[in-house]
Design a protein around this ligand. Structure first.
Ligand code: ADP
Ligand code: ZN
Length: 303
């Protein structure tokens, strides 16, 4: 059976793996995302070289932090583009990997990668329109529409949607360097700490922080439901390890919809509609393997 390589390139750390799926990962490593992008990418390449001596890889997949250029027709396909992360703006990520390893390379955003992993082996199996969101250091979303990973002009940036912000109830200005109080600025991990001066991990479950957090998450989800009409929404990332958020978010989503969408998936079975990942902590890495599989199949298809 062919082996694939996967890179989950996050803003904080890189995870690289070789394997075929959740039950067969033959090698895995992780290392910090260095300021030196070339050195970071070189470390990933060295890992794949070391683990493809006996059996060559059939393809590599890259699920990258962004914004990225995911358009195969573009001269900058496979680049990380306008990131504020020092050392990484306008970085060709795909090119050096393809050149060094000489195999088909699939490339997408970290969240589309995680969505693909969930589609292939996790909580989105059998669906064709769904959204995967991560609520962690940032807030980002990807997914599929009609069986295709979401792309467009570039890719959705759901985390930066603008929401009603009651400044009297919540005077916190938000931390997004571009927009202040966009969704990410109000609701990702650093906003919890910025607003309450306590790390999210240390806020007790009865703290009012969680009610407000669930309110902001529900506001964004309602917009996502209206826009994409997803068959399911998967919520991952560090903040969602606070599992008591799930019931709070579900009931607030129902309340905000005000009965407008009469579908039993939402009105009755919302526990299966807004869900945690089926591959907790591994959606991104496994999604990168699935991107590799797709790239290898596309290559066979075009030969
Ligand atoms: P990343 O987004 O960098 O991949 P995570 O998804 O772990 O990593 O997100 C890290 C962010 O989530 C930090 O802001 C951290 O404070 C917050 N976080 C991580 N774990 C928890 C937790 N159990 N409860 C609340 N917040 C958490
Ligand atoms: Zn923003």
């Amino acid at each position: 059976m062919a082996l694939y390589g996967g890179i989950e390139g996050g803003g904080t750390k890189f995870v690289c793996a070789v394997g075929t799926g959740p039950d067969n990962i033959v090698a895995e490593t992780s290392f910090p995302t260095m300021r030196d992008s070339a050195a970071t990418i070189a470390e990933a390449i060295a890992f794949f070289r070391a683990h493809s001596q006996e059996r060559p890889l059939a393809g590599v997949g890259i699920a990258s932090f962004g914004p990225v250029d995911p358009d195969p027709q573009s001269p900058h396909f496979g680049y990380i583009t306008t990131t504020p992360k020092p050392g990484w703006a306008q970085t060709d990520f795909l090119g050096p990997v393809r050149e060094a390893l000489g195999v088909p390379v699939g490339f997408d955003t970290d969240v589309n990668g995680a969505a693909l992993g969930e589609y292939r082996w996790g909580a989105a199996q059998g669906l064709d329109t769904f959204v995967y969101l991560t609520i962690g250091t940032g807030l980002g979303g990807g997914g599929m529409v009609n069986g295709q990973l979401m792309h467009g002009l570039m890719h959705p940036e759901m985390g930066h949607m603008l929401l009603p912000h009651d400044w009297e109830a919540d005077p916190y200005a938000g931390y997004c360097p571009y927009h202040g109080d966009c969704w990410e600025g109000l609701a990702a991990g650093p906003a919890l700490e910025g607003r309450w001066k306590t790390k999210g991990t240390e806020l007790p479950p009865e703290h009012p922080a969680w009610e407000l957090e669930a309110h902001y998450l529900a506001l964004g989800l309602v917009n996502i439901i209206y826009i994409f009409s997803p068959q399911r929404i998967i919520l991952g990332g560090g903040v969602m390890q606070q599992v008591h958020l799930f019931p709070l978010i579900r009931s607030k989503v129902q309340a905000l919809l005000k009965g407008y969408l009469q579908r039993s998936e939402i009105t009755r079975d919302i526990d299966q509609y807004i869900v945690p990942p089926g591959l907790p902590g591994r959606s991104g890495m496994l999604g990168a393997i699935a991107l590799a599989e797709m790239a290898a199949q596309a290559k066979v298809g075009s030969a």
